[in-house]
Write a protein that binds this ligand. Structure first.
Ligand code: ZN
Length: 224
């Protein structure tokens, strides 16, 4: 009897797990290339994350897990095509594989941190986030420790384009921008520190003069 009950429970679990993805797919089907290859089926733990990301109206493609050796891998990653603000799609540039968990956090920051700050501080909605990339098999500069980029768990964000054509960059505007541009960048950096474990920026060191490093970590390290 116990075995029958456990089998029934298992069947229910599997069915409920399967239902998550079509739901996400339906939400994004009109705009998003949410798709799987014929041979690739994501493991159950990532399905909930993909479903969350779909609910945020992100356009993305789940990627197969890959191990590159030497501490570099892309596990549970997606390729983000665009995100969504309150009113419009948000284009992204130069973004490679990112972990689903990071993508989900990034989507929330883009909408509730960056877009809303752009409207309030600069008077125009956000339309594009420019990055310097995500996955990169390398060490933290000057150390023998693998970077968060080596597992697709970090994004380097360099600039922002608004609907009225304004373009604000970390390199050009963190120190030399208008008071509004500088305020905007500091507002979104503070917002990032609340959402990502590790956030590094121009005031941390010269390696970060042109971008914010956003990394999902268990610790809290905010030096922008
Ligand atoms: Zn970085």
């Amino acid at each position: 009897m116990a075995r029958i009950i456990s089998l029934v429970s298992l069947a229910a679990l599997v069915l409920s797990g399967c239902s998550a993805i079509p739901q996400a797919s339906q939400r994004t089907a009109q705009r998003a290339p949410l798709r799987y290859s014929a041979t690739y089926q994501p493991a159950v733990p990532i399905r909930a994350c993909l479903s969350d990301l779909g609910a945020r109206q992100a356009a993305f493609t789940p990627l197969p897990d890959q191990y590159y050796g030497a501490g570099c891998s892309t596990i549970n990653t997606v390729r983000l095509v665009s995100l969504r603000s309150d009113s419009n799609d948000l284009a992204l540039t130069n973004l490679g594989p990112v972990t689903c968990a990071l993508a989900d956090r990034f989507a929330g920051w883009a909408r509730f941190g960056v877009d809303r700050a752009a409207r309030q501080v600069l008077g125009s909605p956000l339309v594009k986030i420019e990055t310097l990339g995500s996955y990169n098999c390398r060490n933290v500069a000057g150390t023998d420790r693998r970077s968060g980029h080596a597992t697709g768990n970090a994004i380097d964000v360099s600039g922002f384009v608004l609907a009225d054509g304004q373009r604000i960059t970390v390199l050009g505007d963190w120190s030399a921008g208008s008071p509004e541009d500088r305020s905007f960048l500091r507002t979104i950096a503070a917002s990032a520190c609340k959402r990502f474990g590790t956030v590094l920026g121009p005031d941390y060191n010269s390696a970060h003069r042109n971008h914010f490093h956003l990394e999902l970590t268990g610790s809290s390290f905010c030096r922008t």
